[in-house]
Design a protein around this ligand. Structure first.
Ligand code: UT7
Length: 326
């Protein structure tokens, strides 16, 4: 007996993008009143000028609904055009129920695949890779990939090594089928994990996020650029083909180290590099789609640009792929 399979697509591409940031701006000067820190240290060591913290009423789900709805509108699609919703998040307050089913319902669709995905700051790249494969295999036609985080729920506001870094928000992309091979806009995902370094970022017994900053910094500045370069090679491209580099916005110095390595490997001098951390902070799985959406809003990227995405964080987890921007 031979089982029937769904017809395959040539590949996938991103059809629309959206993002959401809470209203409350928290400046470095605001944090100076809470912990022993200063604007100069934060800007020079991390690159953050200000970040956003969600209000009580905002949640992983509500922020994801807003970003996801914007991405759908940007793609010119209705909620009922979706076949699946993936919510990448590591900051739900409780593991049950998941975020994705209620997010889909509040966006306006039920009866579709809905799952959460937790690879922390690598979540959007994992989700986009998964969505691309679901579409290519015929499991789904349109998949909404959302990264949504309320990290402020998990911060110890007395811990100056974390409370100045992390922030809240959501970003989303609609991934759909490419009609022809020429239209394929989501390259192969290169992903992995370093579970031997699990303790370097964790939630402790007081429910506060802790990280060994220096250990993670060393790992990110040495191990992540090679992952990004492998994604370029897997897409059949050279570093000089990349127009835009969008690393997870963990620390501007890490972003610059990855950009430097890409340029040393043949990347162009006019490579545009996401620096959204300056005004958004580190929003984990939301940071990559939010950064692209903000760059697009500022006219720094355009439709058809070739972007290299690379996420990395708790797990430790990492993932990268090349995408063509919608
Ligand atoms: O998104 C998930 C992935 N996460 C990352 O990729 C994060 C990677 N790590 C980092 O980005 C950086 O390690 C941090 C931003 C977390 C810390 O920066 P650093 O340059 O590695 O600082 P450090 O931990 O080596 O600390 C240097 C000094 C210390 O003082 P002493 O011991 O030299 O006197 C810290 O106590 O800076 C001090 N310090 C601060 N000073 C002012 C630490 N935090 C602060 C602060 N304000 N907020």
């Amino acid at each position: 007996m031979r089982l029937q399979l769904t017809p395959q697509a040539a590949g996938a591409r991103i059809l629309g993008l959206g993002s959401m940031q809470p209203d409350r701006v928290v400046t470095n000067h605001d944090l100076e009143k809470i912990v022993e820190t200063n604007d100069e240290w934060i800007q020079s060591r991390v690159g953050i000028v200000e970040r956003r913290f969600a209000a009580e009423k905002d949640s992983v789900v509500s922020m994801g609904v807003e970003a996801g709805s914007k991405a759908l509108a940007d793609a010119g699609l209705s909620p009922t055009d979706l076949d699946a919703v993936i919510v990448a998040t590591c900051t739900m307050l409780k593991p049950i129920p998941n975020a994705a089913a209620q997010t889909a319902d509040r966006i306006g669709v039920n009866g579709i695949g809905a799952m959460d995905l937790n690879t922390a700051c690598a979540g959007f790249c994992y989700g986009t890779g998964l969505a691309g494969d679901m579409i290519r295999s015929g499991t789904a036609k349109h998949v909404l990939v959302i990264g949504s985080e309320k990290l402020s729920d998990w911060l110890d506001m007395n811990d100056r090594s974390t409370c100045i870094i992390f922030a809240d928000g959501a970003g989303a992309a609609v991934v759909g089928p490419a009609a022809t091979e020429e239209e394929v806009g989501v390259g192969p995902v290169i992903w992995g994990a370093a579970g031997d370094l699990v303790s370097t970022i964790h939630i402790d017994e007081t429910d506060a996020l802790r990280q060994e900053g220096q250990a993670v910094f060393r790992w990110a500045t040495t191990k992540i650029a090679p992952v990004a370069l492998r994604a370029v090679e897997a897409a059949g491209l050279s570093p000089s083909d990349i127009d835009v580099l969008v690393p997870h916005q963990a620390n501007l110095r890490i972003v610059e180290a990855i950009a430097k390595r890409l340029r040393q490997s043949g990347g162009r001098d006019d490579l545009r590099v996401a620096d959204d951390i300056q005004y958004s902070g580190n929003t984990s799985s939301a940071s990559i789609p939010m950064a692209i959406d903000h760059m697009r809003g500022a006219g720094r990227v355009k439709s058809g640009d070739v972007a290299l995405l690379v996420g990395f964080g708790a797990g430790l987890s990492y993932a990268a792929q090349v995408v063509v921007l919608p």
